[in-house]
Design a protein around this ligand. Structure first.
Ligand code: PMT
Length: 222
């Protein structure tokens, strides 16, 4: 409700998959539907937070009554997140951000020529890693989409990106990861595993995650 655990808190959530342009009619993206990020945004609102949702490409309509900013590429998302960051209390990076983008987006449609074609990709900015370096009082929650060695990669990402919590999902597990209404996650902090949640709806994951964040945020000041 409106007098919930997160009342008075500003929560920024990113959702969806970024689009990296090849030319005006073609792009590279990924399987993110936006469901996980949208579910977190809804849960944050229910817990009383002021929510700012930053959404890249999604299959779903963003939840009603939540301020939503649409972005396309990793670079656009980076700029939007940076603008919202100084004023935020909690940032949740559920978006699937491209790690690489075409070196340049052609300004007109690329013509079919030879039998092969090479697309050169360059690294995008790692948004979460940048936030990890900049953060002062913000509580930073990252995600890790893994297909193997989930715990090891999750712990490495948490450290490298300086997150307060990291949500690891094994995207090969049934009912988990991209496109589903449910997820199967493990939550880590710098000390190690905090919680291994059973298969549950993405909204329940959002509630559990934000409840944990709220408890830890309030613990900082008591
Ligand atoms: O949208 P759905 O269909 O509901 O699917 C949900 C999900 C599988 C997309 C979601 O649960 C999830 O795991 N999101 C993170 C996907 C991802 O990009 O993971 P990663 O392990 O590649 O990245 C780790 C973290 O760094 C993520 O928080 C990501 O947002 C962030 N990142 C990554 C690359 C980059 N250039 N900038 C970033 O900020």
């Amino acid at each position: 409700g409106s007098h919930g655990l997160l009342s008075g808190k500003k929560v920024v959530v990113t959702a969806g998959g970024t689009i990296e342009r090849i030319d005006p009619v073609r792009y590279i993206t990924n399987d993110s539907s936006g469901k996980m990020g949208f579910a977190i945004a809804k849960a944050a609102k229910e817990l009383g937070a002021e929510v700012h949702l930053i959404a890249a490409h999604t299959d779903e309509a963003p939840p009603e009554g939540i301020e939503t900013e649409r972005v396309e590429s990793a670079e656009d998302m980076y700029q939007a997140v940076l603008r919202a960051f100084p004023d935020s209390d909690i940032v949740v990076k559920a978006a699937a951000v491209a790690d690489y983008r075409p070196r340049e987006a052609a300004s007109s449609k690329i013509k079919k020529r030879g039998d092969t074609m090479t697309l050169e990709l360059v690294k995008t900015t790692d948004i979460l890693e940048n936030l990890g370096r900049r953060k002062t009082t913000q509580f930073l929650i990252g995600f890790a989409a893994e297909t193997d060695s989930v715990e090891q990669y999750a712990r490495e990402k948490l450290k490298r990106k300086n997150c307060d919590l990291l949500v690891a999902n094994d995207v090969t597990a049934a009912g988990a990861g991209f496109g589903t209404d449910t997820n199967l996650v493990q939550i880590y902090d710098a000390e190690g595993l905090v919680e291994r949640l059973p298969l549950m709806s993405k909204e329940e994951v959002g509630r559990r995650l934000l409840t944990l964040a709220a408890e830890r945020l309030s613990g900082r000041f008591s």
